[in-house]
Design a protein around this ligand. Sequence first.
Ligand code: VGL
Ligand code: ZN
Length: 197
Amino acid sequence: MSALIVIDVQNDFCPGGALAVPEGDQIVPGINALMAEAESVVLTQDWHPADHASFASQHDGQDPYGLIEMPYGPQVLWPDHCVIGSDGSAFHAGLNTNRAEMVIRKGFRRAIDSYSAFFENDHTTPTGLEGYLRTRGITQLMMVGLATDFCVAYSAIDAAKLGFDVTVKLDLCRAIDLNGSLETAKADMLKAGVTLA
Ligand code: VGL
Ligand code: ZN
């Protein structure tokens, strides 16, 4: 069994949003077409409380895109984004969500970020997605969405480490590309055994 995992195609990651990914909206039609053919579809949604610790606004003297040390390791600080229930946290209006059998929300604990759809940024707290996929007999994953170098890459690497057969379809992803993070993410995905297509 296979599943298409659509990562964080939300307003705040699209042009005009709080953490806009260049061309983030351009992948929507292609993702809709892929969903129509997929065996099963899972959507993820970045979902933060307004005082989330990944927001630069929560740290005196810090600007967005800086790096701080958190108890679980280094953390990039972001503009406030995907605040629970806000318009920015909603899926892009053009995304056809009808085929989604599961929506997994992540990053809802104030003190810890969660790029990956499988584990929070401490790399140990599970989101429950692994159990969902395994109990449904799903072993093959196709991943698309935003952003290639953060939530897509972290999700793909965790999935590969968990033993799933993972392909990232790069033409249906877009990157933030912070200080070369896209090239690093691609190399890390390949090293983990992810297929880049
Ligand atoms: C993401 C930064 C912060 C992503 C989420 O979806 O790639 N990036 N939160
Ligand atoms: Zn986030």
